[in-house]
Ligand binder design. Structure first.
Ligand SMILES: Cc1cc2nc3c(=O)[nH]c(=O)nc-3n(C[C@H](O)[C@H](O)[C@H](O)COP(=O)(O)O)c2cc1C
Length: 451
């Protein structure tokens, strides 16, 4: 099929007919046969609009959930997370998400209405395919060629109230183009495209309604053509979506998610790390707070394989010497050294360094000079945490390990760093090979003291 939208003449008369008499639907029911039985009067060219909930029920897109209010809500929130590929907007428990089908819709279309109270319904897996199956089934049963729309109910970003729209289409063009047509005043229409499948879905809903228990209606009189492209032409995506970044709340939610997504990742795949992603993470790191308006953070990207090998070999020797000096046996030392393997195996090694020479105050007494040093150390921690969180937001795993802190002189020599750069551990960066285990829940109240 050619990709462009197509046009069809406007109807002279339109009828919207409810299909009554359908039984309560359950998984496995033959929906096309039931529709044919209740609407033997279907004609060629009719548009049969089926509520997605009915399709979800017969296709078993139901999840069993606890019947108590809290359990049901938690299960619903989980189902929304499972169906979502990204959060577009969020406020409190309400989430507008993009589903894996590509729809931007509240709660991922996960619905607890018109189902048993220990169930929730997800959208059909592939509503275009569902529409095509219903269309074929009706044709088999009645010998008529109808179009089928699977419809769902949704709110609109800028208008109050819900309407129905198409989530699956078969046998008709979802988007009609009036481009190039001339209006009665003689103006040539440049960009007008009509979401005719959405309009038909909304019209059908006028006779189906939310409370009547009628999940199917027929729009008769619409002249349909078929571009064979299903619902896809109705989905605005990529560069055409001016609101793809969503709301400030969604961005805040995304930031919260990035913070909690950061975990120490110790096993990486061989996939290389995108240097631009690291650059963006450094850009985030250097927005951390620091004393006296200073910018004490530096990040050494150890990119040259030979430099990294030399550095890590020297660090291992020093560590082994230290451990031997502490009285550890060779076997114990070997076991400990293996913990450093992640620095060898990570696709990228970064050494964060602290520079206090431009802006730290000096004091004659240790009380104040210790506090000054601590201030810069905590600022370094803030910078590195920003870095790690930003890496997590980029989908990268990391592990900040002490390592270079214990052999600063050696690291400065191997990396040819200025004398006032203080290595602050190292950060292994890469794509996680194994997802870290779930963090045990922590109760913020246990970390809080109020005065
Ligand atoms: C300053 C610092 C030094 C660390 N050193 C090591 C280390 O030497 N080896 C290691 O495996 N993890 C090291 N970690 C990571 C901690 O073990 C880890 O953050 C902690 O177990 C919590 O797990 P999470 O990061 O997944 O939340 C270090 C973390 C910090 C902040």
């Amino acid at each position: 099929m050619d990709g462009g939208p197509v046009s069809a003449p406007a109807p002279e008369r339109l009828e919207v007919l409810p299909v009554g008499g359908l039984p309560e639907l359950r998984p496995g029911d033959d929906l096309p046969k039931l529709i044919a039985k209740c609407a033997p009067w279907l004609e060629n060219g009719d548009v049969v609009v089926v509520t997605s909930k009915a399709v979800s029920k017969v296709e078993g897109q139901l999840r069993t959930v606890p019947s108590d209010v809290d359990g049901r809500d938690a299960a619903r929130q989980q189902a929304i997370s499972d169906e979502a590929v990204r959060v577009v907007a969020a406020r409190g428990p309400t989430r507008i998400v993009q589903t894996r089908h590509g729809f931007v819709i509240a709660a991922a279309g996960v619905d607890a209405s018109n189902v048993q109270n220990d169930e929730i319904a997800l959208l059909p897996v592939d509503s275009d395919a569902s529409a095509a199956r219903i269309r074929a089934g009706i044709s088999d049963a009645l010998g008529v060629d109808v179009a089928v729309i699977v419809s769902d109910t949704a709110g609109r970003a800028w208008r109050v109230g819900v309407t129905d729209h198409a989530v699956g289409v078969a046998g008709m063009t979802a988007l009609l183009s009036l481009r190039g047509e001339t209006d009665p005043q003689g103006n040539v229409l440049i960009v007008t495209e009509v979401a005719v499948a959405d309009e038909a879905a909304a019209a059908a809903d006028l006779v189906k309604g939310k409370l009547t228990g009628i999940p199917v209606a027929v729009v008769r009189g619409l002249s349909t053509v078929d571009d064979g492209r299903g619902v896809s032409t109705l989905l605005r995506g990529g560069e055409d979506d001016m609101f793809s970044l969503g709301t400030a709340e969604a961005l805040a939610e995304g930031r919260r998610q990035a913070v909690t997504a950061r975990r120490s990742v110790r096993f990486f795949t061989a996939e290389p790390v995108d240097p631009e992603a690291v650059r963006r993470a450094v850009a985030a790191a250097i927005t951390a707070p620091a004393p006296h308006h200073t910018t004490p953070w530096r990040f050494v990207l150890v990119e040259t394989a030979s430099v990294r090998e030399r550095l890590l070999t020297a660090m291992r020797s020093r560590w082994a010497e230290d451990l031997a000096g502490d009285g550890f046996t060779p076997a114990q030392i070997a076991r400990r050294l293996r913990r450093g393997d992640l620095l060898v195996e990570a696709p990228l090694l970064v050494v964060p360094c602290l520079v206090t020479t431009d802006g730290a105050h000096s004091y004659p007494d240790t009380r104040r000079s210790d506090a000054e040093r601590t201030m810069f150390h905590v600022a370094m921690g803030a910078g590195v945490e920003n870095f790690l969180v930003a890496l997590a937001a980029e989908g990268l795993g990391s592990c900040w390990v002490s390592s270079t802190l214990f052999c600063a002189d050696l690291v400065r020599a191997e990396l040819d760093l200025p004398a006032d750069w203080q290595p602050m551990g190292s950060v292994a960066v890469g794509h996680a090979a194994v997802a870290p285990a779930d963090r045990p829940p922590r109760d913020p109240d246990a970390f809080l003291l109020r005065r």
